[in-house]
Design a protein around this ligand. Structure first.
Ligand code: HEM
Length: 216
């Protein structure tokens, strides 16, 4: 099976979704309402069983072919960056898509601006959410730039430097927008309850364990 060919063809479809997806998240720099408008426009195209199912299938293909490539391909030069960012994207997509679907179908929480910002606002998760989402967005760009660097050997230095600058700027802008650094967020109580339900007992157990450790 030619996993590299499958991965490359599928990346065109999935990449289009991710670029628009990140474009919508950038609109949160303006306000949660602007993000909501962008998300509603995008949902007109994918929020139905056929396109939504095809999107999940495309995510699965990218993960399986990505794992196969990680195992099969040599790892030197920019291929190292491509493979590390790809490996993180696999982890990110598994966790992110699972948590989107858990929120939607198990807790019945709308997966909108507030759901995503809720992970940053739930104090025990703030640092983890920043690293998780920050690395998710940055790895997507790092993966693209590494692939360009591998195949476009004569890429001008200015384009190369500008690509990293764009990657850093977009990652920072999205993190600032979802972390509440740009405007106050009126977090709905059900979002906090959702994260409390998912992580509350785990953090309580951790706290108890740390207290016992400090007493010992
Ligand atoms: C800070 C960055 C990100 C945030 C805040 C975020 C947030 C969200 C939200 C709110 C949804 C639900 C959309 C809806 O209900 O219509 C979603 C879905 C999704 N996201 Fe992200 N996302 C981020 C980055 C990414 C990245 C980097 C990828 C891929 C590498 C990605 C892949 C997906 C996919 C595939 C879905 C669809 C899941 C499904 O419908 O079952 N996201 N994301």
């Amino acid at each position: 099976m030619n996993w590299e060919f499958i991965h490359r063809c599928n990346s065109v479809v999935l990449g289009l979704f991710i670029v628009t997806h990140l474009g919508v998240h950038l609109m949160a720099v303006v306000s949660p309402e602007a993000h909501s408008d962008g998300l509603s426009t995008m949902r007109q195209y994918y929020a139905n069983p056929i396109v939504g199912g095809a999107l999940l299938f495309s995510v699965a293909i990218q993960i399986v072919s990505g794992v196969a490539e990680l195992i099969l391909l040599p790892k030197t030069g920019w291929r190292v960056v491509r493979n590390f960012s790809g490996a993180y994207l696999i982890l990110f997509m598994v966790v992110h898509v699972a948590s989107v679907n858990y929120a939607r179908h198990v807790d019945y929480v709308p997966t909108d601006y507030y759901w995503a910002a809720g992970a940053f606002a739930y104090a025990p998760l703030t640092i983890a959410a920043t690293i998780f989402y920050g690395l998710g967005v940055f790895s997507f760009f790092a993966h693209m730039i590494a692939v360009w660097a591998i195949y476009w050997k004569s890429m001008p230095e200015q384009i190369f430097a500008a690509s990293w600058l764009v990657a850093l700027s977009i990652t920072s802008a999205i993190l600032l927008a979802f972390s509440g650094a740009l405007y106050p967020i009126d977090m709905p109580a059900y979002v906090t309850e959702h994260y409390e339900g998912m992580f509350g007992s785990l953090f309580a157990l951790l706290e108890e364990w740390l207290q016992n450790l400090s007493r010992a």
